[in-house]
Write a protein that binds this ligand. Structure first.
Ligand SMILES: [Zn+2]
Length: 434
């Protein structure tokens, strides 16, 4: 009995400590200005505190080379691994559209024609597998159709591109329908369809998708948010409220941050009045849920400060805050975003792996976005350190994700991140940032 008891106690203790240890202690020294001076005197030292900047404060050629070599190596591993991946998974999140997106990214950065050809091969495969079950970019038919339209457009296959676009627009009927039970979040809901439309207009050209279509989708999201807010008697505090599976999530993937972030995109053309009266107070409501650490809860009813993922927590919310800072020009949003940066630096090297949904690469994107917003070298440094962590892919004893080579859970996401770190000015979190 006594022995059993102590065994049980041990089990409880183990699982509790596991809960706390969702991340590795960050082994890197934090940024300080002195690092740059050190780089001046030790430019060729290779590894050391001067990494990754050269004497001019730029990402050093040695570091870039190291990253490029790793990209080549990981791409090979990924291609090998994909041979056993689910041939029917067409999604951007775990399937072939995600791989097509990675090759589009590599083509954007290198202009290497074979990358575009690969993107085409993969996206063609997805277009044969659509099932009409979901409408979003990340998990539904909109992803393959939007990426198909873009790849064909880049290859000047006009008819094929147009066909993808037509099919994409046909999905809007179910998205805007008020009696459908479609949610509003990014992974499975209306915001995830809205992203697909905005992506088309960014990649192919403004007005490829008509403003009227975008306005309808935005209208349906706003309507849904106002309704839930009224039902929950929160119209004063949080005039736009959303739930997924009856839970009011906060993060980028299933929650408020992802939806508000899409509504604030310039391409969504939400009026300044609506932004001021509905979106801004709702963002402020989320801001008040901030933990002392600077992190955010996974849902409004959750009070444990646990997850530091893009999907749940500060690494997703930071994008909303930086966009709010851009749109509303108030310092408080930037201040909160900076706090996100601190907690991500402390707790962002995740045991869950190197992916972008709930992995180190996704958390690294927070620093790239903070770097865009502030132009502070500190954030580029931190982004590079998270990339450095990813250079040792697979050596930290992380959990192996279910789809280990995919864009959002696995290796393709880490490659995407590495490719952005060496050209940080144009970096872009895939299927999310525009
Ligand atoms: Zn996740």
């Amino acid at each position: 009995m006594g022995e059993n008891m102590s065994k049980r106690l041990k089990l409880v203790t183990a699982s509790e400590s596991e809960m706390e240890e969702r991340s590795f202690p960050n082994p890197f020294p934090d940024w300080d200005q002195g690092v740059l001076t050190a780089a001046n005197s030790a430019a060729d030292s290779g590894v050391g505190t001067s990494e990754p900047f050269d004497g001019n404060g730029k990402v050093s050629e040695a570091f870039q080379k190291k990253v490029q070599n790793k990209i080549k190596d990981l791409l090979q591993q990924m291609e090998e691994g994909l041979k056993t991946a689910d041939p029917h998974d067409f999604s951007a999140y775990t399937g072939w559209t995600g791989i097509a997106l990675l090759y589009l990214q590599l083509h954007r950065l290198t202009r290497e024609p074979s990358h575009l050809q690969r993107a085409l091969d993969y996206v063609k495969r997805t277009l044969r597998n659509l099932n009409g079950r979901r409408v979003t970019f990340l998990c539904g038919d909109a992803g393959p159709l939007a990426v198909g339209a873009v790849v064909h457009y880049k290859l000047k296959n006009q008819a094929e591109s147009q066909e993808c676009l037509t099919r994409l627009l046909q999905l809007q009927r179910s998205v805007v329908s008020t009696d459908s039970d479609i949610p509003d979040e990014l992974l499975y809901g209306r915001a995830g369809y809205l992203y697909a439309l905005l992506y088309i207009n960014k990649e192919i050209g403004p007005n490829t998708v008509d403003d009227a279509v975008i306005a309808k989708v935005v209208g349906a999201i706003l309507e849904s948010g106002k309704n839930l807010s009224k039902d929950e008697r929160k119209t004063d505090r949080c005039p736009l409220l959303f739930a997924w599976h009856k839970k009011q999530y906060v993060g980028a993937a299933h929650g408020l941050a992802g939806i508000y972030y899409m509504l604030m995109q310039p391409g969504a053309k939400v009026s300044q009045e609506v932004l001021n009266e509905l979106v801004r107070p709702s963002i402020d409501y989320v801001r008040h849920k901030k933990f002392r650490s600077g992190n955010y809860p996974s849902s409004l009813s959750n009070e444990t400060d646990r997850l530091v993922h893009w999907c749940h927590g500060a690494p997703g919310v930071v994008h909303m805050l930086l966009m709010a800072h851009k749109v509303f020009k108030e310092e408080k949003y930037l201040k909160d975003a900076v706090e996100c940066g601190e907690v991500i630096w402390q707790r962002g090297l995740l045991r869950k792996g190197y992916g972008i949904c709930h992995g180190t690469a996704g958390n690294g994107y927070s620093f790239l976005t903070l770097y865009h917003a502030t132009q502070e070298k500190k954030y580029l440094y931190r982004a590079c350190k998270f990339a450095e962590w990813c250079l040792d892919y697979g050596t930290h004893g992380c959990r192996i994700p279910d789809r280990p080579y995919s864009l959002f859970e696995g290796m393709a996401g880490a490659i995407h991140y590495l490719s952005d770190v060496i050209q940080p000015e144009t970096s872009c979190f895939p299927a999310f940032e525009l």
